[in-house]
Write a protein that binds this ligand. Structure first.
Ligand code: AMP
Length: 217
């Protein structure tokens, strides 16, 4: 099974991807996380270029994204299903994924669209905390860590992501509506799109997704 999670920044797709990938034995591919790892070396000019784009809320170039996706997938065996979190983010990327899947003999089974209104986006982004080590995401109200400011998984101190500031959030929302939003029609026309209400609490969203997974052939 290969699945795409689609949605506005901070709609909760990363948190859900973490839960359901474990439960359904899928490989969780968070492209944002993959890119953030690339920015850790201050002497790597490519990584620093990516960091600048991320911090400004711009999308990273398709060529680079596709190289990362292809090299990640080629490291998997054909029977391992993938849960794409934050990819594709543009029509161009979606079409390139179709080509890549055709080449690899894989099939995209369904696309889950996390529907969240603008108020929900602001509420979720302003309370988000992230682990800089393992990438786990928390929310001070909806998904708090067991010990304040400390990652449940690896014990690292939680941070506010550098791109979770007003300016960058506005740029990310703009990028979402310009480039990612058209994917709703693209996948809906292929009968692959299933919408879920991302304003619900985490457990209810997880249950909705699990039901979708169980029904997906
Ligand atoms: P995320 O962790 O999914 O919120 O992604 C953080 C940032 O990484 C985005 O705002 C973009 O700058 C970059 N990014 C993540 N996924 C993609 C993608 N598929 N295409 C281009 N840029 C991406």
């Amino acid at each position: 099974m290969n699945i795409v999670f689609l949605g506005v920044p901070s709609c909760g797709k990363g948190t859900q991807a973490e839960f359901v990938s474990k439960k359904f034995d899928l490989v969780h591919l968070s492209v944002g996380e993959l890119l953030r790892k690339k920015t850790e070396d201050p002497c790597d000019p490519l990584g620093q270029g990516i960091k600048e784009k991320i911090n400004k809320g711009f999308l990273v170039d398709d060529t680079l994204i596709m190289q990362k996706i292809e090299s990640f997938i080629s490291g998997l065996s054909s029977d391992e299903g993938i849960l794409f979190d934050g990819f594709p983010r543009s029509l161009e990327q979606a079409k390139l994924l179709d080509v890549l899947f055709l080449k690899l003999g894989r099939k995209l089974d369904c696309v889950i669209n996390f529907e969240l209104d603008d108020r929900g986006v602001m509420e979720k982004i302003s309370g988000r905390r992230s682990c800089p080590e393992c990438g786990k995401s928390y929310h001070i109200k909806f998904n708090p860590s067991k010990i304040e400011n400390t990652c449940d998984g690896c014990g690292s101190k939680l941070i506010i992501r550098q791109d979770d500031n007003n300016e960058s959030v506005n740029a990310r929302l703009k990028a979402y509506y310009s480039f990612t939003y058209p994917l709703i029609d693209y996948y809906s026309n292929q009968n692959k799109l299933i919408g879920i209400d991302a304003n619900q609490d985490i457990e209810s969203i997880t249950k909705n997704i699990e039901n979708i997974f169980i029904k997906t052939p």
